[in-house]
Design a binder for this molecule. Structure first.
Ligand SMILES: [Zn+2]
Length: 559
């Protein structure tokens, strides 16, 4: 309860207000003044703050939650994808080829056909072939990353321009998929994508800016009011200067979300880049944006066997191979880099997907703690698909946040056909151990990795709670089996992951993440109280209105 008696700017009444405060308490009504929460309580306590100029929103029993925050997302590139050849919502090879052909026809002057978002499960072994693309685009190069960005589908023209042939060796951090004849097959994994990306002009400042605004609009429509951008680059980098994009949007007042940017660690270089990161950080704070994190990608993904594992992957017959995946950064360099970044006050945001990468990232945090003591940098490990049981208690002990992408924790064909058989027993049961991490006291943040998968927090929370794909999600999934049921989270824990947990990672938990007096009025109205419906229906809920500092940034057309 609070408020000094003067009229509020905005009041919500008659609702199911889930505050996500420490006691997980409920209220009916909220008053907002000057962009901040002025009072929280029962209707009777809040109604007196309604004045002649107060906007009053009757929630009519709907749910008010703190604005969701996405701890690992790529809204600028995802927004650009939405503006290019976007395959995310399609489900068959035929659909993909039709969309690609139509896009090429509609964009006759585009030197490259770009975009992406295909799904590995659509193709045998997860690898699409160049011939299919050649049939729809024979004369111009095509480069289309899949939805996780770890592999790209290319046509013969792209291979020809890149000079990639049967005799081209694989780069150290990637692999050219090859046919029986040794010729490139049409799928380029990880660093092998550079053969093409080196030839493609980075997105222009204008494309990046339009991408950011498109991405922001989409995220606001899902109730998201803040995020951590998991790859922010400076001038001259592969994907274009998205740091400048955020700064421009912040300075123009068009950045309505609160964003922490994770500056990209160039794994082809070493410690000498730290000075440049410091300079980028100095340039990189404006309005609601701060570039205070550094993204280190330590491994790839399991589906193409570039995720770093402790014991080798199995082959299709269950026999061990020689392949233990890739550690992109040498562990000794990683320890040194993380200790130095931590000493400089940088947060490190790891891509740590398979169990060796998770261990190497935790080892690096441990090295930093040893060197610098327990700083408040809040390092976090994103993806954490496979975690060795011995490493579960280390998250809490080291103050490393577990940054979960819960939508992937379900039986769908990428999991069942491309992952479980190759991880083998018991390792496949160590996947997405969110329940175990919570039982071991880890702080949990959550994110989507959009455009890899849907950024809808309600779909993510649905899977975190059920460990089953939402009914309408466009994945070929087995919805009859719960994926590792002991790892399910309860609804309060999952909501907290997408609110307070992610606010903590962004060092914003004093300002946002819960509905408490004094905090910013970053809020989302959902069309129903999630707690009053079965868990199997969480993903059916919709965001109705989104507010940042009490100002609406999204209103559903039927609201
Ligand atoms: Zn990512």
């Amino acid at each position: 309860m609070g408020g000094d008696g003067s009229a509020a700017d905005l009041v919500f009444v008659n609702g199911a207000v889930y505050t996500v405060d420490a006691a997980r308490s409920w209220a009916q009504a909220v008053a907002v003044r000057g962009g901040r929460i002025a009072a929280v309580g029962p209707d009777a306590a809040i109604r007196p703050s309604i004045g002649a100029h107060t906007d009053v929103i009757d929630l009519a029993g709907r749910m008010l939650v703190p604005g969701f925050q996405d701890a690992h997302v790529h809204p600028v590139y995802a927004g650009i994808d939405m503006l290019q050849c976007d395959l995310h919502d399609l489900v068959t090879k035929e659909d993909y080829l039709r969309a690609i052909g139509e896009y090429a026809e509609a964009n006759p002057d585009a030197p490259w056909i770009l975009g992406g978002g295909w799904s590995m499960e659509v193709f045998p072994r997860g690898c699409p072939a160049k011939e299919d693309l050649d049939a729809v685009v024979p004369d111009r190069p095509v480069f289309l990353p899949n939805r996780d960005g770890h592999s790209a589908w290319v046509n013969s023209k792209a291979l020809e321009l890149a000079g990639t042939t049967a005799t081209t060796p694989d780069p150290a951090d990637g692999r050219i998929e090859r046919g029986q004849d040794g010729e490139p097959f049409g799928t380029m994994h990880e660093g092998a994508q550079r053969f093409m990306t080196d030839l493609i002009a980075p997105s222009t400042a204008d494309e990046l800016y339009r991408g950011l605004l498109k991405g922001q609009e989409y995220l606001h429509a899902l109730g998201i009011t803040g995020w951590q951008d998991a790859i922010v680059q400076g001038p001259g980098d592969t994907y274009g200067d998205s740091l400048a994009t955020y700064l421009a949007a912040a300075e123009k007042g068009e950045l309505t979300a609160r964003v922490v940017g994770a500056l990209w660690w160039d794994r082809l270089r070493g410690l000498e880049q730290i000075d440049e990161l410091v300079a980028l950080r100095e340039r990189g704070t404006a309005g609601r944006f701060a570039a205070t994190s550094v993204k280190i990608m330590q491994d790839g993904v399991c589906e193409n066997f570039t995720g770093a594992v402790l014991e080798p992957y199995l082959d299709a017959y269950g026999a061990p191979t020689e392949n233990r995946g890739i550690s992109f950064v040498d562990p000794e360099v990683l320890n040194e880099a993380v200790a130095r970044l931590d000493a400089l006050g940088f947060q490190v945001h790891f891509h740590a997907l398979a169990e060796r990468a998770v261990r190497e990232a935790l080892d690096a945090v441990e090295a930093a703690r040893r060197a610098n003591g327990m700083t408040d940098t809040r390092p976090h490990l994103a993806h954490i698909q496979v975690v060795h049981p011995d490493d579960l208690p280390r998250f809490r002990r080291l103050g490393a946040v577990a940054n979960a992408q819960p939508l992937w924790a379900a039986h769908e064909s990428q999991m069942d056909d491309l992952t479980i058989p190759f991880l083998g027993d018991p390792r496949w049961t160590w996947q997405y151990p969110f329940g175990s991490l919570v039982r071991h006291g880890a702080t949990l943040a959550m994110g989507s990795d959009w455009s890899v998968s849907s950024p809808n927090p309600l779909e993510e929370i649905h899977v975190a709670v059920n460990r089953v794909m939402p009914p309408d999600y466009p994945y070929d999934a087995d919805r009859t089996k719960v994926f590792l049921p002991d790892e399910r989270l309860d609804l309060p824990t999952a909501i907290a992951g997408f609110t307070m947990g992610s606010a903590y990672v962004n060092h914003l938990e004093r300002e946002t993440g819960s509905i408490e007096v004094g905090k910013r009025a970053d809020l989302a109205v959902l069309d129903r109280n999630l707690f009053a419906h079965p868990a199997e229906e969480i993903a059916a809920a919709r965001c109705v209105t989104t507010f940042v500092e009490g100002e609406p940034v999204f209103t559903a057309s039927d609201a």
